[in-house]
Write a protein that binds this ligand. Structure first.
Ligand code: PLP
Length: 314
């Protein structure tokens, strides 16, 4: 929310482009097309803007343009159509509110090149990927540098926290005369302390290697079981994050979400929950291997998944 306000002020423009299926928080600004229905979504290369909730003013909707993920040409076309109107493109660089959808080779770099060419800021929402996929998040893994970045969740080590940052040239406009930055809980001492300790003392290179290694191992176990039982599933994993998607083919963009078998997703979630593997609520989420998880935890998880598949195939 604050990053978008800053981007608008910096650019002197109102419109924002957001990626279909990407989620950026429960504030009004871009609560659009997070999971639009087949009937409402419009053409894939030029999606409609579909508010995810009632109660969002029409003006906000009119200022939010939707682009498909993994389609740099479509983004280029949309920015050309709206030349001079768009302040920023915001995206989860890896979509993590529709399971996990990974960027195709070169996509993020193309997005970087295109936004730069059109004079539009690029915002990576790394709220879920920051720290969990690598110490430097997706930005580190794909070596693509956005203008602004949003972080939260894991950087607080369990305490409520949010942060955004970016190029000095942009951030310096936050002051009492230009872009104000307010909030009762901003800079909350407990959260700040937890964040500092998490980032400097707990997330060591060894801790990252441990969590990411276990996550890769879990993904490999899933893949082995899926192949053995020929399940209509695939696994998407990056760093400590991973998930099973109930669909054979990898998902290129949000539209694949409509093919996911929700009955199986629900059965899977419940089966695991009943055996002590507690995923976050919602089928759109994924595992996050914590640095506190052990080899036994991962073996147990893989074992329960195998049980689930065996039950289904009986
Ligand atoms: C990518 C992303 N951005 C931002 C948020 C913050 O969302 P909220 O305002 O619902 O806490 C979330 C929460 O899940 C998220 O996944």
């Amino acid at each position: 929310m604050d990053a978008l306000r800053l981007a608008r002020a910096f650019a002197g423009r109102d419109k924002i482009v957001k990626i279909e299926g990407s989620y950026h928080g429960h504030h009004d600004t871009v609560l659009m097309s997070t999971k639009p229905s087949v009937e409402a979504a419009g053409p894939v290369e030029r999606p409609n803007t579909v508010p995810a909730s009632q109660g969002i003013p029409g003006d906000i909707k009119n200022n939010t343009i939707i682009a498909p993920y993994n389609d740099a040409e479509a983004l280029d076309r949309i920015l050309t159509e709206h030349e001079g109107e768009v302040a920023a493109v915001i995206t989860e660089a890896v979509l993590m509110n529709v399971g996990i959808m990974l960027p195709e080779e070169g996509y993020l770099q193309s997005v970087r090149d295109i936004t730069r060419r059109h004079g539009v800021l690029l915002i990576f929402d790394e709220v879920k990927t920051g720290v969990t996929v690598a110490p430097g998040g997706v930005t580190e893994i794909y070596a693509v540098e956005p203008d602004l970045i949003c972080l939260a969740k894991s950087i607080g080590g369990g305490m409520p926290i949010g942060a955004f940052g970016g190029r000095e040239e942009i951030m310096r406009h936050i002051n009492h005369e230009e872009v104000i930055h307010l909030g009762t809980f901003n800079g909350n001492p407990m959260s700040m302390r937890a964040g500092l300790v998490t980032l400097t003392e707990i997330f060591t290179p060894e801790a990252h290697a441990h969590a990411n290694g276990l996550s890769k191992q879990l993904a490999d176990s899933y893949i082995g079981i899926i192949e053995e039982f020929d399940m209509p599933m695939h696994v998407a994993q990056i760093g400590a994050k991973g998930c099973a998607m109930f669909r054979y083919e990898r998902a290129r963009n949000y539209r694949a979400w409509w093919d996911i078998d929700m009955r199986l997703s629900y059965a899977y979630w419940l089966f695991l929950a009943n055996r002590g593997i507690l995923f976050p609520p919602g089928f759109d989420d994924q595992w996050t291997v914590s640095i506190q998880h052990t080899q036994d935890d991962i073996d147990q998880h893989a074992h329960v998944f195998q049980q689930f598949v065996t039950e289904l195939r009986r």
